[in-house]
Design a protein around this ligand. Structure first.
Ligand SMILES: [Mn+2]
Length: 280
């Protein structure tokens, strides 16, 4: 019996150092489903052109998807801009994985959602490809710096998880009004097509909210935030923040015996991070 009806995942960026494959494997283990929609930037061919960082865990992620498809789950891959090479093979099937440019998913309660990666609504990647590519290199560099910075913060006893790349991205994109413009143009397109909502990715900002009577959903990513959207068996959608297995900084670690029986591990300061991460 599947635990949820559908999983919506995007921006996994397999092939990069930043990909959180182990956490994704934990999430997948806990979420058997009828449908798995992979909504773009699953494999990062852009980054792999520069250098390949392919771990055993990333291999396992691919194997899990293939396995789920073989065992009767519907697995659909909708390419994004980082795996745009796959767009040449639309309507083909890889093993049992379907490939599509976009898809309209009908939820258990009959609502119709456009599934699309969303880079076509991003004015930066659409008209200034070189800016996007440059930003991509800078982003990778920031992720590396962050590893050093996290170590320094731990040594200084500063608690909580903080992402330099996430911070920089937020600042830059806030300044550009990037996120808002993106959401607005996605919603505009969904409205024109007479659908009930959209589930997309691309901007690494998980969201699920009503905009002008339509539902705007974004899967977030498995680079920084480890987020996904799930559809429950009754058709209800939910954003899942997969914080299990997050490194617990020494300063906030608590002795196990102080926790009441059956209580989940204490929420880390990651919670504040996720609230900040997508400016409204
Ligand atoms: Mn993208």
């Amino acid at each position: 019996m599947p635990q949820v009806r559908s999983l919506f995942l995007s921006d996994i960026h397999l092939g990069t150092r930043a990909c959180q494959a182990e956490r994704l494997l934990e999430f997948l283990r806990e979420h058997p489903a009828e449908n798995v929609f992979l909504i773009g930037d699953i494999v990062d061919f852009w980054a792999m052109n520069r250098s390949i960082h392919w771990t055993p865990a990333q291999n396992t992620v691919v194997q899990k998807f293939l396995r789920r498809a073989r065992h009767g789950e519907r697995v659909m891959l909708i390419p994004g801009n980082h795996d745009e090479a796959l767009r040449e093979y639309l309507d083909a099937a890889f093993g049992d994985i379907e490939l599509a440019g976009e898809h309209v998913h009908v939820t258990a309660d009959g609502r119709r959602f456009l599934l699309i990666h969303g880079d076509e609504f991003d004015q930066v990647t659409r008209h200034h490809r070189w800016v996007a590519l440059l930003g991509d290199v800078a982003y990778e560099w920031l992720v590396r710096c962050n590893t050093v910075l996290s170590w320094v913060r731990r040594k200084l006893g500063i608690s909580g998880y903080w992402s330099l790349a996430g911070y920089a991205k937020r600042k830059v994109k806030k300044a550009l009004q990037f996120v808002l413009d993106f959401e607005e143009s996605v919603i505009h397109s969904v409205h024109q097509r007479g659908l009930d909502g959209v589930i997309c990715g691309h901007i690494h900002c998980a969201a699920l909210r009503e905009v002008n009577g339509l539902i705007y959903g974004n899967c977030g990513d498995w680079v920084d935030s480890c987020t996904a959207i799930v559809e429950h068996l009754d058709g209800r959608l939910e954003v899942v923040y997969w914080t299990q297995g997050m490194p617990v900084p020494a300063a906030v670690e608590q002795p196990v015996e102080e926790l009441p029986q059956g209580m989940p591990a204490p929420a880390l300061s990651f919670a504040t991070e996720k609230e900040e991460s997508c400016a409204s």
